[in-house]
Design a protein around this ligand. Structure first.
Ligand SMILES: *Cc1c(COP(=O)(O)O)cnc(C)c1O
Length: 389
């Protein structure tokens, strides 16, 4: 007989991780023999480009890479990140002080509250939003305060609706544009407003830019770091996962304010041992990828967006047309909730989306479709959905 295995309070009452629940619905549908069209998870279906895989094959053979990596990332990797920012956004970053390697950006997002949030501090989190922001806040003993992202405000938080007392207790604010799940983008003016607040109330801004390279119609999203004052108040998280179809490789980076970078680095030195150097070396090659290749990846998503947006709109559904990200944020038809619409689609068509309320209550009434299946399958999904709406 084993001892009593009791979970710690900090994880006992967590809601089930959204995708864990969807996974079990998916498994159940597959067991029933359903021909599933899975648009529920934002994991690119296309493989990592071959030149990156080839670079990895070479790098993995080098014995010097088999040792513990440095905590902050190889100097050559941090220089490659800095060079990428200069080419893409025309800003300069000191590779030593202002760039940190991450084991995927989720790792950095998950750890940053441990570096800066004391029990009782508030962390502003977008809702609907990537679940890690609020969960990581709870792990650090902080208090998430949810900023609703609603259609009337272009899915940007309305800072004027946040009470003064909340701002006074706020230590850190997460933002994420291009946004998962709403697909919204933010302009420079919005970021400037956020920076002004950060100065006024001494708030660290953590901007998650995981989707900055997945955009359409040549509308290149801005980086938070481009905005005047950004480096004085915060950092930007970035990832190779979505840009280069490298979700499985687990590599990303944080850039920006050297004090914030150092705090995050301090947590990491005590918890992990950096990114496998062979992966860093292949990632240097990735960051130098010819833009023609990235354009063709974007064109693939854009064709999918056009088919799904057009198809759903023709059926009378209210769909947000994305300028960036590979998500379609869609209102569910009258008479449905997010969850029963997801179940309805799965049961009647085998098409799987993600219920909007799973990303936070203000997402209720929406469903998110990820454009991570081939265009033929999206055409098939549209045909099937048409018959049950
Ligand atoms: C996918 C995603 C990430 C995490 O990416 P990794 O670098 O693979 O950990 C972070 N933020 C958002 C909003 C994402 O959708």
């Amino acid at each position: 007989m084993s001892i009593r295995i009791e979970l710690a309070d900090r994880i006992k009452n967590l809601p089930p991780y959204l995708f864990a629940r969807i996974d079990s619905m998916k498994t159940e549908a597959k067991n029933r023999g359903v021909d599933l069209i899975d648009m529920s998870i934002g994991d690119p279906d296309m493989p990592t480009p071959q030149h990156i895989v080839e670079a990895m094959k070479v790098a993995v053979e080098k014995p010097e890479h088999h040792k513990y990596p440095s905590y902050d990332g190889m100097p050559s990797y941090r220089e490659a990140v800095s060079g990428w920012y200069t080419r893409r956004f025309n800003i300069s970053l000191d590779p030593e002080q202002e760039v940190l390697s991450l084991i995927g950006s989720k790792e950095g997002i998950g750890h940053i509250p441990l570096a800066f949030v004391n029990p009782g501090d508030i962390v502003l989190c977008p809702s609907p939003g990537y679940p890690v922001y609020s969960i990581a806040t709870l792990f650090a003993g902080g208090e998430p305060y949810f900023m609703p992202l609603i259609e009337e405000n272009g899915f940007l938080p309305d800072f004027s609706s946040i009470p003064e007392e909340v701002f006074k207790r706020t230590k850190l604010m997460f933002l994420n544009y291009p946004n998962n799940p709403t697909s919204a983008t933010a302009d420079k003016e919005f970021f400037s407003d956020a920076i002004a607040l950060a100065y006024k109330y001494n708030i660290i801004i953590c901007h998650d830019a995981a989707y900055s390279e997945i955009y359409y119609d040549n509308r290149m999203p801005v980086s938070f770091m481009e905005i005047e004052g950004a480096k004085e108040v915060g950092i930007e998280f970035h990832s190779l996962s979505k840009t280069y179809n490298m979700t499985g490789w687990r590599i990303g980076f944080a850039v920006g304010n050297s004090g914030v970078i150092a705090g995050l680095g301090k947590i990491k030195t005590n918890l992990d041992s950096g990114v496998f150097q062979a992966i860093q070396e292949a990632s240097i090659v990735a960051l130098d990828t010819d833009d023609n290749l990235l354009s063709s990846i974007r064109a693939t998503y854009q064709a999918r967006r056009d088919v799904l947006f057009g198809g759903l709109t023709d059926m009378g559904l209210d769909v947000i047309r994305p300028d960036a990200t590979f998500y379609l944020w869609t209102r569910v038809p009258q008479g449905f909730t997010s969850e029963n619409f997801v179940v309805h689609l799965l049961d009647r068509t085998g098409v799987l989306g993600t219920p909007g309320n799973g990303f936070g209550e203000p997402g209720a009434g929406y469903i998110r479709f990820a454009l991570t299946v081939p265009v033929e399958r999206i055409e098939e999904a549209v045909e099937r959905i048409k018959k049950v709406i």
